[in-house]
Each structure stands twice: as structure tokens, then as C-alpha cells.
Design a protein around this ligand. Sequence first.
Ligand code: AMP
Ligand code: ZN
Length: 437
Amino acid sequence: MTDNAQYWDRPAETLTRAGIEKLQLSLLKSCLARAGRSMFYNAKFKKIGFDPGSASSLDDVGRIPFTVKQDLRESYPYGFLCEPREQLVRMHISSGTTGQAIAVFYTKADLELWADLLARCMYMAGARPGDTFQNLSGYGLFTGGLGFQYGAERLGMLTIPSGAGNSKRQIQIMRDFSTNVIHIIPSFLLLLMDVIKEMKVDPQNDLSLRIAFVGAEPYSQEVRRRFEDFYAIKVYNSYGLSEMNGPGVAFECPCQNGLHVWEDAYLVEIIDPKSLAPVPDGQYGELVLTALRREAMPILRYRTRDLTRILPGECECGRVHKRIDRIQGRTDDMFIIKGVNVFPIQVEQVLMTIPEVGNNYVIVLKRENNVDDMVVRVEVTESVFVEDMRKLEHVRKRIARDLKSELLVTPKVELVEPNSLPKSEGKALRLIDQRVI
Ligand code: AMP
Ligand code: ZN
């Protein structure tokens, strides 16, 4: 394979560690100068006595204050703007469902860079000009729609903005236009498995799928394996957040072993969410990101609430951009049951290794007489559901046993009919906490 075939942006993708650090320092200096023009950072820098012109090495990053979601909420809508209103050409809103929304703005240059980063991601994972790309992501305010759209057009794929929902029509479009590359959130790709079966479509022979970019919410390695087996495709994890543009921040390469964060555009740190101190590579903590090149709204040391770690060592693909592990959950997703900290993804990891488990589950937390209970409702596959009670009871016990050995808490497991749990075409709701605190 020649370099041209391997890289979308050869100079950026083949940077050395020293090259990345040199570039980051110069970007950081201009980024700090720009950030100081916003109302928020201007006031913040003054308050803590931070001189944005004083950063002279990357180690100075530690002196920059963290930014949290609440800061963005309180400064809604324009408090973080660094460019005059006339320079803005786009706005998106973070998909978070609670509290005050967060608006993010883009200049023309921001959109250019964003499209280019996404083209780089998709090219790295094997998408090529001439491919047919179907984007089954919500458009509108959600960044997964237009973000991927522009990236895919930049790459040169025939791009179908089919949007979220309309499951049957999506499959029909895939058939009619021989879609071979898709972008989709994991809960919708799971849901489509059932629709495909119902439509009696053979996913491996009637469809032409080759690659799926899957992200926007956590999913386990086991779920990835299910997708790859069912559709006979390669699934690449895609990570991003509106505050940092949207998707295109970190993406898996063909090695499928961690997501490269594009360090020529983002500064990555992992901190202990309690002490806020940096944690060593390999150790889990909260991901903190700085958008080094955004013009309209360069957010500094943003505490994403996403839990991951830096994977130590170099990737076999040769790119030295640091890799993060798949997101384990959000600090605000974690729940405590009988004194044990649990993330929904741990439950998913266990469930999805059990062949009799279908594609949907929900965790319900209850409190009765001051005792907490964790109920895991699990859809079973069609073939198990028609079996006799003994077989079902055997499956139920196995799930309870496997969950207990992973989580060290004994859950109540309820098996339910295929397709009976609420379906989601948007980000899935995996946890219902009914405990009254
Ligand atoms: P939004 O505010 O709509 O841009 O959503 C961003 C959030 O979605 C991130 O902070 C993560 O919590 C989540 N997210 C995005 N991509 C992934 C991914 N690949 N795996 C897990 N969670 C993700
Ligand atoms: Zn790699």
C-alpha cells in the first residue's frame, strides 16, 4: 500500500511525538490568546490571575482552569464566543437531555477543519471515494448528521442523508443503492437487526455493507462483535462531542484497538475526577479535551465526564496520535447499588456474551423498605422464547450468576419477550432509577 492510499492527510497522520508537541505548543498559544477574547475566559483569567500569554511549554496546560458543562450553561448562548457574530456560519446544540441546552458555534474555518477531520477518520478506517455512504444519524441540531455529511462529501462518497428512524425505509435504501458504508448509533444498529429479520432480508447477501462507523453512545466490545458477525462488516468506534465540534475527535484505525485522538487539533488529558490530578497512561479517569484550533469557541480543558484511559504503547498502524480506550460510561451514568459502583456498560458486557440474550435490555433500580434492588430486564431471542420454562429458567439463572460474578451484586433478572422493551431510534435509555433519594 502506498502512503497516498493509506493516509488522508499524510503530514498530520505521520507526525512524530516531537512534531505533535511542537505543533500543540504553538496552537495552544494562539488558542489561549483567542479564548481570552470571550466574555467567559476573559473574566475567568482575570479572576484567577492567569495571563494567557504566559504559556511557554505544554506543561503550562496544568495552570489553565478546567471548563465544565455548567460554565457553558451559565454562559448560554454567547458567553464563549471569540469571534464577532458576523463570522459565524453554523450553530448546533448538544444532545444532552437534562438542563439548559448548550449552543456551539462555527466559523467557516471551523466547518472546513471539522469536515476534514471526519474525512480523515473515515478514510483511515477504509472508506474511499466512490463508496456509497448512508448516514442514519439524526440531522438537525445533532452534530452526527451534518458533521458526517460534510466529511463524507469531502472524502468523495455518494452520501445519502437518510437520517434517524424509518427503519424499513433505511433497509430499502441500503438495498436499492448498494450502500456499503454507514454511520449509525449502536442502539439503532441493534434495532435494525430485528427489523432486518422481520423483513426477511439476508444482511450478508441482500445488502452490500462493508463498514459501519458506530458511536455517540457507549457500547461494549461484545456488541461490536455481534454487529460484525450479523452484518459481516467491520465496525469502527467514532467518538466526539458537540463542545469539541462533534464527531471526528477520536476514531478507530484498522487495528480496532483504541481510538486515535487527533492531537493536531485536540489536546488530550485524563484526570482523576475527584482529585483532578492527571492519571498515568493505562489508568482510567475522566477525559479532558482542549479544542486547539476552533475559532468561534475554543473550549479549554473541558471535563467531558466520559471515562476512558490512554492506551499505552504505539499502535501497529504507525500513527502516534494517542489512543483512548472505548468509553466506559459517563461519570454521571455510574450508579451505586449496595455499596458497589456499577456502569451500565458492565451489565451489557456480560449480557451480550450470552447467546440466548436478544438485543435489548434495561436496568431498573428500586428501593423497598430501605433495601435497594437492581432489576435487569432482558429480551431473549425468538428461539429461546418458544422453549419450555425449564430452558428459560436455566438462561435466567445463568445471567444472574454471570452478572453477580462481574458486579459482585446479585441482580433480579427478568426475561421478557423479544421486541417488548421500549425501542430507541435515538440514544438508548439503559438505566431507570426509581429509588427515591
Ligand atoms: P453530544 O453532546 O450530543 O455531542 O454528545 C456527546 C457525548 O456522547 C459524549 O460526551 C459521550 O458521552 C457520548 N459519546 C459520543 N461518542 C461516543 C462513543 N463512541 N462511545 C461512547 N460514548 C460516546
Ligand atoms: Zn492505529
